[in-house]
Design a binder for this molecule. Sequence first.
Ligand code: PDD
Length: 280
Amino acid sequence: MAIAYLNGQWMPPSEAKVSVFDRGFMFGDGVYEVMPVYDGRIFTKAQHLVRLARSQAEIGLAPVMSAEAWSTLLDEAVEKSGEAQALIYIQVTRGAATERSHVYPDSPPTVLLTVTAFQPKTVAEIQPLKVETAEDIRWHRADIKVTSLIANGMIKNRALANGYDDAIMIRGDKVTEGTASNVFIVADGEIVTPPKSQWLLHGITRDEMIRVAVEAGLPLREADFGETQLRAASEIWLSSTGLELVPVGQVNDHRIGDGLPGPIWRQVFEGFQARKRLVD
Ligand code: PDD
């Protein structure tokens, strides 16, 4: 059963309400996190809490509670929901002001946490995605997980309108990431993913896939690449909490490999399936 925690109160998500003066509503002034629950256990909880704390610090929002208090609250939320396979969303905004002003209010933050059932796709259900490339028109701090996702939404929905499943964004001559995922390519047998920078989110799933690949002895490099290398790749993958790892079979009008999930994708995907059941 989906459940929400809003500013200290538990309720069904449909009953959770915030003020129209909330900075999240007025200015998109907030940060968020999404973490997966597998078999009733929160996977990579500590890493998500570190990123949440970093996002808050980067936008100048004081910590709302300690990592230990978050951890206990998250466990309680999963238990109350009774969901074994779920996604947890945390949204923290700068709270509700009494009038619209760019100046930060002196009010407590708004803290929303939801747990909703979510079943990741099995290998048999995964279809390679068709993506288009798009100019990365986002701001210069894509490393902060902010709630203002207008550019991501515009790029994703234009891709859908053009008959694609998603878009891979390019800034200048460099591939940055998907609209809600990180990007990997396989080039000459080597896995390559753009390095962490201000231009992309430091995905927790990205880190996990890197660990799985390196532990399996697969060659991997964190390096920038452009559209030409993207098109020439034998495999392309997108990673995120919800997608886990999904192959891309087409970029614009160009087929990637034979258009089917590649052998290295399969190896890393399966390695991740094993890892997510074992590691907290
Ligand atoms: N999105 N890049 C962007 C722009 C994202 O929004 C996300 C995640 C990622 C992958 O991060 P992670 O592996 O930590 O989930 C990369 C989440 C899932 C969302 O917005 O729902």
